[in-house]
Design a protein around this ligand. Structure first.
Ligand SMILES: *Cc1c(COP(=O)(O)O)cnc(C)c1O
Length: 410
């Protein structure tokens, strides 16, 4: 006789939230409905055709012709790990840039693969300093790979991927680039910048359901992995084996593809194609300017200096005199809004406002500013009710896209 644990548990209905944290972002109804379509076999010719379309759509998103471009069955962290386990052989030197939490995870990956991490440090909130990377290569001419995070979600800073990749190429090194938060929010030009291995996540600016990691590898990487003297330590992530399923010519069983999640990614990418990459970047910029105007009107100061700010991830110092956690708790409980907290050394010191993908819209910006005002006022901070929304409104109205109508395009 089994125990009766679980008795009385019914269906789970999550609340409808406004998601303005570090991801997941909100999901368009078209993407949800794609997920509910019939599950078919992963070798069904109809499914295989959808896979080819997915690869083509991802090449558009990454701006690449790389044939090995596909979604990894796993979250962004698996995409990260896939790059390292395939490209790092025991003893390899890897220059890793750390200016936030995710750069730290890259170091961990290098070490677990038996590689030697040469760490280039920059402060939390600062971009990666190309001069330090250049110096690291001068001191380590045998370094094989440069690994860095393009958009550090933990601080909201963008680094100059094009310049960093140029330095790596000059020194004959490969690049591993984390584009989890940057893809579809700011330009990620894989071929133009000469990036080798780039991974992203489905749940940030692509606004798809979480759990998939779009990835692209240059032909150089495929050659490197084929020429390895030691086996890739992970069976699941070995691209030599995955090529049999996601490659150009064969389609043989490797693992059961997460079919319905792939439908939703396909739909999210079709929507990105319809909007156009440039338009998506411009939308993030426009909403960022309005959110920034509102946050600054409230007296909040940005962690990152202006030229390096990510439009999709806005980190500001906590308002003096208010309880950091209580603000987040009440935003969720009273306004259904999720925002992000600080990580690591920034815990308790900053809030992170994400406007990624489908979350990047005027109604979210306005609602969030309104909620902050009423809460700050209630908590005794000296602010002027209505001023932040007015500032945001004027930022929208001043934008060149005003001609098309503020609401329709924001
Ligand atoms: C979110 C994120 C990841 C990890 O992605 P998961 O899908 O949570 O595994 C990696 N890098 C960056 C920069 C991220 O923002």
């Amino acid at each position: 006789m089994s125990s009766d644990s679980g008795a009385g548990i019914g269906s789970f209905y999550p609340p409808q939230r406004t998601l303005m944290g570090p991801g997941p972002s909100e999901i368009h109804p078209r993407v949800f409905s794609a997920m509910g379509r019939p599950t078919i076999g992963y070798l069904d010719p109809v499914f295989v055709k959808m896979m080819d379309e997915l690869k083509e759509l991802l090449r558009y998103a990454f701006q690449t012709r790389n044939s090995l471009t596909f979604p990894v069955s796993g979250p962004g962290s698996v995409g990260m790990e896939m790059c390292f386990v395939n490209m790092v052989s025991p003893g390899d030197k890897v220059i890793v840039c750390r200016n936030g939490v995710f750069g730290g995870r890259m170091i961990e990956n290098v070490e677990r693969c038996g590689g030697v991490a040469i760490v280039v440090e920059d402060p939390m909130g600062a971009p990666i300093d190309p001069d330090k990377v250049e110096e690291a290569f001068r001191n380590n001419p045998d370094a094989k790979i440069l690994a860095f995070v393009h958009a550090e979600t933990s601080t909201g800073v963008a680094s100059d991927a094009k310049t960093l990749a140029g330095i790596a190429r000059k020194h004959g090194a490969y690049t591993i680039v984390d584009a989890v938060t940057s893809l579809a929010g700011i330009p990620v030009l894989v071929d133009e910048w000469g990036l080798d291995a780039v991974y992203s996540g489905s749940q940030k600016c692509l606004s798809c359901t979480p759990g998939l990691s779009p990835i692209t590898f240059s032909d150089r990487v495929v050659e490197l992995v084929k020429a390895r003297k030691t086996r890739v330590q992970s069976w699941f992530m070995d691209i030599n084996l995955l090529l049999g399923y996601w490659g150009e010519t064969t389609r043989t069983y490797h693992h059961t593809a997460p079919t319905n999640a792939l439908y939703s990614l396909h739909e999210a990418l079709v929507m990105l194609r319809e909007e156009g990459l440039e338009a998506a970047w411009a939308r993030h910029e426009r909403n960022h300017k309005a959110l920034r105007a509102g946050l600054e009107t409230l007296g909040l100061k940005f962690l990152v200096e202006e030229p390096y700010r990510l439009p999709q991830m806005n980190a500001v110092y906590v308002m003096p005199g208010v309880d950091e956690k209580e603000v987040r708790r009440r935003l969720l409980a009273e306004f259904n809004i999720e925002i992000g907290a600080g990580l690591g050394t920034l815990a308790g010191k900053i809030w992170r406002f994400g406007i990624m993908g489908y979350s990047c819209k005027m109604e979210n910006v306005m609602l969030c500013l309104c909620a902050l005002e009423s809460m700050f006022d209630d908590m005794g901070a000296k602010i002027e009710i209505g001023a932040a929304e007015a500032a945001a409104y004027h930022a929208y109205a001043a934008h060149p896209s005003r001609a098309k109508g503020v609401r329709a395009v924001a």
